[in-house]
Structures are given as structure tokens and as C-alpha cells.
Design a protein around this ligand. Structure first.
Ligand SMILES: CC(C)(COP(=O)(O)OP(=O)(O)OC[C@H]1O[C@@H](n2cnc3c(N)ncnc32)[C@H](O)[C@@H]1OP(=O)(O)O)[C@@H](O)C(=O)NCCC(=O)NCCS
Length: 217
């Protein structure tokens, strides 16, 4: 299932693949053998199927996508993209680098429980207010915040190659799932300040978030 999503004015291609769909290339099957666990092999294959479908539509080419030392996917020149996988679906998003500096996508199974300890660790004060605002939505809101911060990391890593803290990001999620985020990170003589935009994609089984690092104006 391939679709075009718009965040701000930026068109992004999103490809979602479910288990049992698609035919992996020999390269992907060979790479998958390097993983020890069957679960990881299946997730890797699913992610690559989604990524290759997205690339074929975006640039009419699905050259092998390798990974850098921190796990980041290496895209063809002129493309920015991101991959996420769960046990049953994978999603890849991509855009032309001339339109956007970075993208991040993340999917979490709604059945996943987030403990209060983890909520404390990943949230800033204002975000805690939003999470605990509606008692019946606490777990889903916490998962959403966690997912947005995973997406932010994926969108920023290829540019900065820095480990970030969950509390470096201040995230606001609107009624319709619009995401705005500010990332401020200082370590030694490195200082990063970025504003990101995004969207929660509503789904019955998964919390899915998409974030872009816009071009500087
Ligand atoms: C890298 C990370 C985001 C992966 O998330 P995950 O939930 O384990 O797995 P997902 O299925 O969602 O995503 C996996 C994909 O992420 C991509 N990925 C891995 N490392 C990455 C990196 N450094 N940068 C960008 N993308 C990366 C890969 O494509 C990977 O799939 P592949 O190995 O099959 O190619 C996670 O392990 C991590 O390091 N999180 C820290 C986030 C953080 O610090 N947030 C705070 C900042 S606000």
C-alpha cells in the first residue's frame, strides 16, 4: 500500500507492507541471513520490501539499501528516508532531499504497555500534562510520545550523527494528530536546535508517527 502524505507542503511517499506480501530480492535474503533471530530476519525483510517499493515510486530505482555503523539506512544520493518494522508490518517513508532535510517514521503495537517509570524518563513536564489529561488514554498517549521521539531521532541522526536524550525533544500533539517539536541538544561544544513537523497516522492496531526535518528557510 503506497500513499503520498503531506506534512506542511512537503510530499512524502509512504509504503506499508504486511507479512506475506512481496518478493524479497536475493541481496535482501542474503543480508537477512546475517541476523541470528528469525524475528529480526523477518522484520528486516519486511522493512526492505517497504523501502524498495517506496524507492521505485520515488526515483524509479530500488538499489540495495545498506546500513551505516549506528544502524541508519543508507539511501541513494538525493533521497532521504526512514524505515520501521513491527512483527507484522513495516513502513518506509521517503522524499527527495531537495524537498526536505530528513524524515523519520516509527510504528508501535498498541498492545505494548508503557510503565510509569518509562513515561517519566521520556517526557518533559508539559508532555506529562498531556499524557495524564485523559485517564483512559494514558498508555496510547505515552506510546505516541515515545514513537514521535523515535521518529525524531531517525530524522535527525543522518544529519548530526549524535546520540540524543528523550528530554532533548519537546513535543506537542494537536487534536488532529499534528506534531510540532523542538529539539535542543547541547553536549561539549556541539549545540543542535531544530524545529520539526509531523503527523500521527491513526490505525486500529498501531501507533504510527511520521516526522520531517524541514528545509531551512
Ligand atoms: C534506532 C532506533 C530509533 C530504532 O528503533 P526501533 O524501535 O528499535 O526499531 P524500528 O523498527 O522502529 O526501526 C528500525 C529501523 O530504524 C532504522 N535505524 C536504525 N538506526 C538508525 C539511526 N541511527 N538513524 C536512523 N534510522 C535508523 C533502520 O532502518 C532500522 O531498520 P533496519 O535495521 O531493518 O534497516 C532505536 O533503537 C533507538 O536508538 N532509539 C533511540 C531514540 C532516541 O534517542 N530518542 C530520543 C531523541 S528525541
Amino acid at each position: 500500500m503506497l500513499s503520498v502524505q503531506k506534512i506542511g507542503i512537503t510530499p512524502l511517499l509512504l509504503s506499508r507492507v504486511s507479512e506475506g506480501e512481496g518478493e524479497p530480492s536475493p541481496f535482501v535474503l542474503e543480508q537477512a541471513q546475517l541476523f541470528r533471530s528469525d524475528k529480526r530476519r523477518r522484520q528486516y525483510i519486511l522493512g526492505r520490501l517497504a523501502a524498495e517499493e517506496m524507492l521505485r515510486s520515488l526515483i524509479n530505482d530500488a538499489s540495495p539499501i545498506t546500513n551505516g555503523p549506528r544502524g541508519e539506512p543508507i539511501w541513494p544520493p538525493g533521497v532521504v528516508g526512514s524505515i520501521t518494522h513491527t512483527s507484522s508490518i513495516a513502513i518506509a517513508v521517503g522524499a527527495l532531499a531537495e524537498a526536505v532535510r530528513g524524515v523519520g517514521v516509527d510504528a508501535e503495537e498498541k498492545a505494548r504497555r508503557i510503565s510509569e517509570g518509562v513515561i517519566e524518563k521520556i517526557s518533559k513536564q508539559e508532555e506529562l500534562g498531556w499524557i495524564y489529561e485523559k485517564r483512559e488514554e494514558v498508555n496510547e498517549r505515552a506510546l505516541t510520545l515515545f514513537s514521535v521521539k523515535e521518529s525524531i531521532f531517525k530524522a535527525l541522526y543522518p544529519t548530526y550523527r549524535r546520540e540524543l536524550s528523550f528530554r532533548d525533544a519537546q513535543v506537542t500533539i494537536g487534536e488532529t494528530g499534528t506534531i510540532t517539536a523542538t529539539l535542543s541538544h547541547t553536549a561539549g561544544d556541539v549545540s543542535i536546535h531544530e524545529e520539526l513537523l509531523g503527523q500521527v497516522i491513526y490505525d486500529p492496531s498501531f501507533v504510527i508517527t511520521l516526522v520531517i526535518l524541514p528545509k531551512r528557510t
